[in-house]
Write a protein that binds this ligand. Structure first.
Ligand code: WQD
Length: 334
């Protein structure tokens, strides 16, 4: 059974990918510093998977810990999520973002090379495409950064592109991951007021926030509000399993978008969440948010051709799974 190191495996996408890897028959070790993950996530993962969850608490910047991990476990591949991911925060703290996201990747790659582990799936983002009118976006679109966060993702991709042929790298560019696990035992669990749309709507639905502020309704889109390519976090997790399978089986690298190819507007998402939660969720039109683009949707063809990946779940599924998770949270605390 191949053993995989999941850095950031207690986080939102990492925890869902953990379950998909276990379900696919992989053995998994999680490394997480819990800077952006609740400490009870591994226990919840154990409840869902029914097995023991192997967790190292620590940081990808800790080379000694990485060396210890690679010397005590025979690792066949790595899925690297551990990074800071808030665009706005990266503008305020660019050095922190470069230290963690770029320095952490370089540290991880050095430890992997020292242990002879040269298969890695890298968590990238549609943010590498910058602000573009080319929609849906193909993987060969030029990369340009619009924030220090985006810079660290482009830098990470370009570092990985320098590795010699005995490495196999899967670069996965996420569009907008939303939703929660079908068990409703794990899901997106932001510490404070969310920046992203669906976790914000979720807090309106639970009554923690009064209404959604719609950031502009004067974009060149059908209803004037921003359009994004939302993808269910469980589809995203499945994409990581297919990427890892391909690396281990073929030794060939790939760079693919993980999106549905379908765009949904802010008001369409609000309507879907209202339907999922059985409420008429309130909103007001607010000023545009700096840095937002009108439309951002994926060309999903390369992931299908290279990995056989296709997103299966609908916007309704995403909102229903999110609502089941956040509404259930009020009842059972772990
Ligand atoms: C979606 C739409 C907003 C909140 C971000 C990062 C990106 C990636 C995914 C890491 C936009 C609108 C939002 C609100 C709103 N993260 N909105 N009211 O900006 O597409 O992408 O998350 O890789 O790097 O930039 O996602 O969910 O913030 O916004 O009207 O309270 O919802 O204007 O049109 P975004 P988002």
């Amino acid at each position: 059974m191949a053993k995989i190191l999941l850095t950031g495996g207690a986080g939102y996408i990492g925890s869902h990918t953990y379950l998909a890897l276990i379900e696919a028959g992989y053995d998994v070790v999680i490394l997480d510093n819990f800077s952006n993950a609740k400490t009870d996530v591994p226990a919840r993962l154990g409840d869902i998977s029914g097995g023991k969850v192997h967790v190292f608490e620590g940081d990808v910047l800790d080379r000694a810990l990485l060396d210890e991990l690679f010397s005590t476990h025979t690792i066949d591949g790595v899925v690297h999520f551990a990074a800071r991911k808030a665009v706005g925060e990266s503008v305020a703290k660019p050095l922190d973002y470069m230290h963690t996201n770029v320095g952490g990747l370089l540290n991880l790659l050095a430890a992997m090379d020292g242990a002879g582990v040269r298969r890695i799936v890298f968590s990238s983002s549609a943010t590498v495409y910058g602000d573009t009118n080319v929609q849906p976006i193909p993987e060969d679109h030029p990369r340009t950064y619009t924030s220090p966060y985006a810079f660290t993702k482009i830098a990470g991709e370009q570092i990985l592109e320098q590795l010699p042929d005995n490495w196999a790298v899967g670069i996965l560019r996420y569009f907008n991951p939303v939703g929660a696990h079908r068990s409703a035992i794990i899901g997106e669990d932001p510490e404070d007021t969310p920046n992203n749309l669906v976790p914000y709507i979720a807090k309106v639905a639970t009554g923690e926030l009064p209404e959604l502020g719609v950031f502009g309704d004067d974009y060149d889109t059908p209803d004037g509000t921003g359009v994004r390519d939302y993808i269910h976090v469980e589809d995203l997790a499945d994409g990581h399993v297919l990427s890892l399978n391909a690396l281990l089986e073929t030794g060939e690298s790939h760079t693919v978008n993980l999106g549905t190819g379908q765009g949904s507007s802010v008001l369409e998402v609000l309507k879907a969440y209202s339907d999922a939660s059985g409420q008429n969720l309130p909103h007001r039109i607010a000023p545009r948010r700096d840095g937002d683009v009108a439309v951002l949707t994926a060309r999903p063809d390369a992931a299908k051709a290279t990995l056989g990946f296709e997103a299966k779940r609908s916007l309704a599924d995403m909102c229903k799974s999110s609502w089941a998770w956040v509404s259930g949270q009020r009842r059972n605390t772990h």
